[in-house]
Write a new protein. Structure first.
Length: 133
């Protein structure tokens, strides 16, 4: 895996756009701005998780995946269509998360990937049952 598949390249571009928006938040933040930043961070984390889990599902060679991600980010850096600090932030987050998830077996990765959405769905079902009974 020397290059990222095209669907991951698009996902990576979307992730970088969110990362660039996150870089706008610094210094003192009002409650509203802090909430906006937290929502963006959650969106970034979610997109990062999807990319990492899909890449690990396609290949277990973490070094090759990391190299492909770095190469893709270097290419985007050369194109200069997005802030450099967003690229550095995304690279650090992706590579760290790849290392972390590579240590887990596929079942653990599945649980980490689908645990939060499943828990939210279960809470919503319980809420609806309690509210309408």
């Amino acid at each position: 895996m020397s290059t990222l598949p095209s669907d991951h390249s698009e996902a990576l571009r979307d992730l970088l756009i969110v990362a660039a928006e996150l870089q706008e938040y610094s210094g003192y933040l009002s409650t509203t701005r802090r909430t906006q930043m937290q929502n963006l961070q959650a969106r970034f984390d979610s997109q990062r998780r999807v990319i990492v889990f899909d890449l690990l599902k396609r290949s277990e060679d973490v070094d090759a995946i990391k190299q492909a991600v770095s190469d893709a980010l270097d290419l985007i850096l050369q194109e200069r269509w997005i802030r450099e600090d967003a690229i550095y932030y995304a690279r650090e987050e992706l590579l760290t998360h790849l290392d972390k998830q590579a240590r887990n077996n596929p079942l653990q990765r599945f649980i980490v990937r689908w645990g939060p959405p499943s828990a939210m769905a279960a809470v919503a079902v319980v809420y609806l049952v309690v509210k309408f009974t």
